[in-house]
Design a protein around this ligand. Structure first.
Ligand code: NAP
Ligand code: HSE
Length: 432
């Protein structure tokens, strides 16, 4: 290769952008022996030029003019780390149309548009890589597309949001209520100023859409991922879970079966002997089941400056290797099937239910009867502590259809002598 330098541009110099700049600088001495070429950051696009110039100490690299990067034919790779949908989408499309390869960590955009963007990349003979968009530092996209490609996968489930895992860990280990654990996550910088996307499960849903699409070779959009966050989980739920030998985790689930793909995000009771139960604090993990590999789990940092940059720069190196060997666009969109996404009423699950009722003869029997009439098979039904003239009834069901269970719960809710359904949480159990 005559020109032994590949020029790149970084769009955005925030947490991940600056981390990526630092990791590329730290790898400078290793690039030639590792890759056969040198990677040079030619431009960094930001809004606030002065701030970025001071941050890097290299004002000549900084611009606020996208055209300066787009029209520079010497820039071969664009690393998009601005976030959000626009202008990121437009810049990525324009870069691909100009024959520039793209690496991005943008889960919002990839979750909503990855099929179309991958098709565009293919049309222009470019690579589009997004390892950092799911579970930050943890290699999971490349393993699913490459190392595990010889499997029929049946399940990809994960803890893919660090903020909520931190909150649930503090609730479990220190008996905190949700609001106190969220306040601590904010104080320590885990939770964003507006934590809604994390605590309501939307951030995890974006990652599930991407994971499910890749795992089952069939496009799943974020709108098809049923999403429930952790705001209703109480310290009391966690204590009950512990009594049952479980913890509570926010699980992103992608399950493949005869009826299609099941894709959802929900808090779930996980048996303490499951590998995901040991994943605490802000760590992420993705657990995979396949017909050949059996079980495998990927664990690590799901966010943060250098961990996320590790995945971004790993993708940049992969693109550079492809450029050096003249084989870009090797692994494009892998969605060659069109599987239905199973409606949630048909998804089967075990459930944990806590209901407060008046302490009267026949109430326990009434609850059991409603479940029986809705084809909900009960595994355990226990009357717990008395509080004045009310008692708590705890029910664990067998694996039942979501629709049947919800109808039974609505029926119980409106019964005389029922004060409140206090919690409904899925219980993880191997699918039949
Ligand atoms: P961030 O700290 O908010 O940084 C965003 C950067 O982009 C800032 O430098 C900002 O410049 C620049 N920017 C935003 N809009 C721009 C525009 N229109 N034109 C030019 N520059 C613009 O964000 P981040 O946390 O690094 O996240 C970046 C991406 O990585 C997002 O897609 C995010 O979802 C993804 N991600 C982040 C993490 C993480 O740990 N943070 C983990 C995985 C994935 P100014 O400062 O000049 O405004
Ligand atoms: N907000 C995310 C989390 C990190 O808490 O895991 C970026 O994906």
């Amino acid at each position: 290769m005559e020109n032994r330098t590949i020029q790149v541009a970084i769009l955005g110099l925030g947490t991940v952008g600056f981390g990526t700049y630092k990791v590329l600088c730290a790898q400078r001495e290793e690039m030639l022996p590792k890759l056969g070429v040198q990677i040079e950051v030619k431009k960094i696009l930001v809004r606030n030029v002065a701030k970025a110039a001071a941050k890097t100490g290299h004002p000549e690299l900084i611009t606020n003019d996208w055209q300066e990067i787009l029209q520079d034919d010497s820039i071969g790779i664009v690393i998009e780390l601005m976030g959000g949908i626009e202008p990121a989408r437009t810049y990525i499309e324009e870069a691909l149309r100009a024959g520039k390869h793209v690496v991005t960590a943008n889960k919002d955009l990839i979750a909503s548009d990855h099929g179309r963007l991958l098709d565009l990349a293919k049309e222009h003979g470019c690579d589009l890589m997004f390892e950092a968009a799911v579970a930050g530092a943890i290699p999971v996209i490349a393993p699913l597309k490459q190392s595990l490609a010889a499997n029929h996968l049946s399940e990809v489930m994960g803890i893919v949001n660090g903020t909520t895992n931190f909150i649930l860990t503090k609730m479990a280990q220190q008996g905190m209520e949700f609001s106190d654990a969220l306040a601590l996550a904010t104080e320590l910088g885990y939770a964003e100023a507006d934590p809604t996307a994390d605590i309501e499960g939307l951030d995890a849903a974006r990652k599930v859409a991407i994971l499910a699409s890749i795992a089952f070779n069939s496009r799943v959009s974020v709108e098809q991922v049923a999403t429930e966050g952790i705001t209703k989980i109480t310290a009391n739920d966690i204590r009950y879970a512990h009594e049952m030998g479980c913890c509570i985790k926010l699980i992103g689930m992608a399950h493949g079966g005869d009826a299609g793909v099941e894709a959802y995000v929900a808090p779930m009771l996980i048996p303490l002997d499951h590998p995901l139960a040991a994943v605490n604090d802000s760590y992420n993990a993705v657990f995979v089941r396949g017909d050949a590999v059996d079980n495998a789990m990927f664990l690590g940092r799901g966010a943060g400056e250098l961990p996320t940059a590790s995945a971004v720069v790993g993708d940049v190196f992969e693109v550079v290797r492809n450029v050096v060997h003249g084989c870009c666009g090797r692994i494009s969109c892998t969605c060659y099937k069109q599987l239905p996404v199973v409606p949630m009423e048909n998804v089967k699950s075990r459930y944990f239910l806590r209901v407060r009722v008046e302490d009267k003869i026949g109430v326990l029997a009434m609850v059991a009867d409603v479940f029986a009439r809705h084809q909900v098979s009960v595994e355990q039904i226990i009357q717990k502590q008395k509080d004045g003239d009310s008692v708590e009834i705890v029910v664990i069901t067998e694996r039942v259809r979501g629709g049947d269970f919800q109808k039974a719960v609505h029926c119980i809710e409106v019964k005389q002598n029922v004060r409140a359904v206090e919690s409904v949480i899925r219980v993880y159990g191997d699918a039949e």
